[in-house]
Structure formats: C-alpha cells, structure tokens
Write a protein that binds this ligand. Structure first.
Ligand code: PMP
Ligand code: GLU
Length: 404
C-alpha cells in the first residue's frame, strides 16, 4: 500500500476519542475465551437470562404472518405510541400525548437522540457517579462535557440536592441519571426527587433525562418514582424507558421517550436522517408487551430478588467486599479497594480494572470495572444469571482471592 494510502487511513477524532463500551467489551472477551474452551461465568452483561414471554413472541410471529414488512413511521406505529401512553399513565401516572412519544432502536438510541438534539459544544451534563457506562461517551460524542458528581457507597450512591446545586454552572444543560440505577441498584424516592427538583426549578434552562429502564425491577414494594411526575418537572424532563430489561427483550431493540413535544419533534427529525423507524416486527410485539399488566413479568422480578439476596450474602462472606444493598435493577457494585496493592505471581492489583481482569483470568468470572461507570474503586457484578452460576462464580472468586 502506498504511503499516501496509509496516511489517508485516519479515523475521525470523534471516534478516536471515544471509549469502547466496557460492558460490551467484557461480554465479547468472555465470549472469545469461551470459544477457546474456557469455562467462563459471565456476570458482566446487564441482560436478563429469561426468554421473552410467549405472548410477546406470538405477537411477533403474527406480525410476520400478517406481512408487516414496510418502513414504519419514524417515531413508531401509532398503536405502539398509544401503548406507550397507556403504559406511562398506568404505571407512572404521567399524561403524555402522541406528539410527545418517540420510539427508537433501544433506549440507547433514545439517549443518543437526546444528546444530539440538545447539546451544543461545551454544554455541561451532570452525571451522578456511578452512572451507566454509555452516558459519558454519548455526551462527549455530541460535544458536551460530562460533569461527574461523586457519590459514596455510605449514602447508597445517590446525589443530594446540595451536591447537585454545587455542580450547576451557567453551562449546565442537563442532568442524566437512572433510577433504579445501573450500576448501583439505588432507587431515588419521591422525597429525594422532590429535593433535586427544588434545585432544578430554580434554573429555567436545565433539563433532566430520567432513565427508567429498570422501573419494574424494584424490590422495595414501593411504587416507582418518576421525575416527570414531580410538581413542575413534566415540561423539564425527558423520560427514557424500553423493553430490554423488564420483558427480557434486549435483542429486539425497542426503547422510547416521553418528552416535551419540541424535544420529541427534534428526536424524530434526527432519527429520520440516521436510522428511520425501529424494526417493524419488534414494534408490533412491543404493543402487546406494553398493553399487558406488569404483573405478567413479576416472576422474573421475584427471581432477581432471590438472586440479589443470594449474591449479597455470598459477597459479604468474603473479606474486602464492601456493598450497599441494591433496591432495584440486577447489579451489585462492591467497593474492592481493599485488594489494591496486593500481588499474585508478580502482578500487582492497582485498581478496579486490574481486579476485574484478575477475576477473569484466575476465577474465570467476567465482571466490569467500575472505572467505566465513573468509580475506580468498584466493580459491577450482574446477577442476571442462574442461582447455580452465582454460587459457583462467587465460590471461584473467593478461592482466587485467597491467593492474594
Ligand atoms: N439505560 C440503562 C441504564 C441501561 O442499563 C441500558 C442497558 N442496555 C440502556 C439504557 C439501553 O438499553 P437498550 O438500548 O437495550 O434499550
Ligand atoms: N445495559 C446493559 C449493561 O449495562 C447492556 C450492555 C450495554 O448496552 O452496554 O450491561
């Protein structure tokens, strides 16, 4: 190849500066090692290990047989947007209208749309730490500046109103957070959201992205609290949700937003130029999912709850793991800094990334470093795995750590 041809192989700064999704990278690494014959237990990916419920699968089969095959409206079929409206009303007491709903190819695309339509160069986005892995890179990709607000395990990794107020500057455009939180499993109560809203409402140009994709995976028995339902916040909040987690539909790729209509319109315009409407068969199936009562998926939540108790009990039995008690989602986010500085076969564990790699190589258990979520002292362990796998994984981890 000529020198000019080699020189022309230059990727954009945009992609060069972007990190690879740590969750997906670890899942790919685990897959690769399994391909080499290694018996890896995957606790890295946030993906329910259940099958999609039959009533949803049957709706997809019917849609194929009914010849759904054309492009859909960019923002989704009207029947699906109506089902989203029904869901928001039924589960969250939120009154969205059709122009306020945009259906996308996963909540990840919903988030990418929001960043693209609201951020100008240098606009700041407040991210309570730990945050979901892709927030920071989606913000940076759109020339925004992530502003991390550190939270502590002792306060259940939640941002207080005074921390929020201290992080606000004239460039603050949005606050992004998930509740239940990926990776900490924390939930914001109505009172806690009220306190944050009181601060936000002092600033007329700040918007909230409330990522509620784990809404149904809530072990508290208390109703889920939505930021858009707090007095004064409906017009200031973009509610992001999707079917990946609650309905075990990660690969179907459907997410959606309820938003002020000027923002929804802009997301629709953005999506129209980059991907068009989401997959038509998946959309037809999701109409059934959202119109059904959330009690149809309660069996999965009950099982996640058992697994949470199981894994917490097992982890707390190992010296050096410090955990909070997750109230939702399917992750634990233990502080593992106790192990930093320890060595094995001449290698020193200096940080959470080294620790996670150590677990992969020595215990054959895949986890994700907390670095990717903005907290370098923790690792994320997903308990979306069978009880047998969880027991075996923690046994292996305990054994591997006894060598340090
Ligand atoms: N938000 C959070 C907090 C998540 O954990 C995920 C996981 N995939 C997403 C958004 C994106 O979900 P999806 O694109 O599968 O709808
Ligand atoms: N949200 C999941 C996780 O955090 C899926 C992976 C991804 O989309 O990054 O593991």
């Amino acid at each position: 190849m000529s020198e000019t041809a080699v020189m022309s192989q230059k990727l954009s700064e945009r992609i060069t500066n972007m990190s690879t999704s740590a969750t997906l990278a670890m899942a790919a690494k685990a897959r690769e090692l399994r391909g080499e014959g290694k018996d890896i237990i995957g606790l890295s990916l946030g993906e329910p290990d259940f099958n999609t419920p039959d009533f949803i699968k049957n709706a997809a089969i019917k849609a194929i047989n009914d010849d759904y095959n054309s492009y859909t409206p960019v923002d989704g079929y009207v029947e699906l947007k109506e089902a989203v409206i029904t869901k928001f009303k039924r589960d969250n007491n939120l009154n969205y209208t059709l122009p306020q709903i945009v259906v996308s190819t996963g909540a990840k695309q919903s988030l990418a749309n929001i960043a693209a339509v609201l951020l100008d160069k240098g606009d700041e986005v407040i991210l309570p730490c730990p945050y979901w892995v892709s927030y920071s890179d989606i913000v940076k990709l759109n020339d925004g500046v992530p502003v991390e607000v550190k939270t502590a395990i002792e306060t259940d990794f939640k941002m207080t109103a005074s921390q929020l107020e201290a992080a606000i500057t004239p460039r603050t455009k949005m606050i992004w957070f998930s509740s239940p939180c990926n990776p900490s499993g924390s939930l914001y109560s109505t009172e806690e959201l009220n306190a944050l809203a009181k601060v936000i409402l002092k600033y007329p140009n700040i918007y909230v992205v409330s990522d509620e994709i784990y809404e149904h995976i809530n072990y508290t028995g208390k109703p889920h609290a939505s930021m858009a339902g707090i007095a004064g916040m409906f017009d200031r909040t973009i509610t992001v949700n999707g079917v990946s987690k609650a309905f075990a539909m990660t690969g179907w790729r459907i997410g959606y937003i309820g938003a002020p209509d000027w923002i929804a319109r802009a997301c629709n315009k953005m999506q129209g130029q980059i991907t068009s409407g989401a997959n038509c068969i998946a959309q037809r199936a999701v109409i059934e999912a959202l119109n059904a009562s959330p009690s149809t998926v309660k069996y999965m939540i009950d099982e996640f709850n058992l697994r949470r108790d199981l894994i917490l009990g097992l982890l707390n039995d190992i010296e050096g793991f410090k955990t909070n008690t997750p109230e939702g989602a399917f992750y634990v986010f233990p502080d593992v800094s106790f192990f930093f500085g320890k060595t094995f076969r001449g290698r020193t564990i200096n940080n959470a990334s080294d620790f996670s790699l150590y677990l992969l190589e020595e215990a054959l258990v895949a986890t994700v470093t907390g670095d990717a979520f903005g907290n370098p002292n923790c690792i994320r362990i997903s308990y979306a795995a069978s009880q047998e796998q969880i027991i075996e994984a923690i046994k292996r981890i305990k054994e591997a750590l006894s060598n340090l």
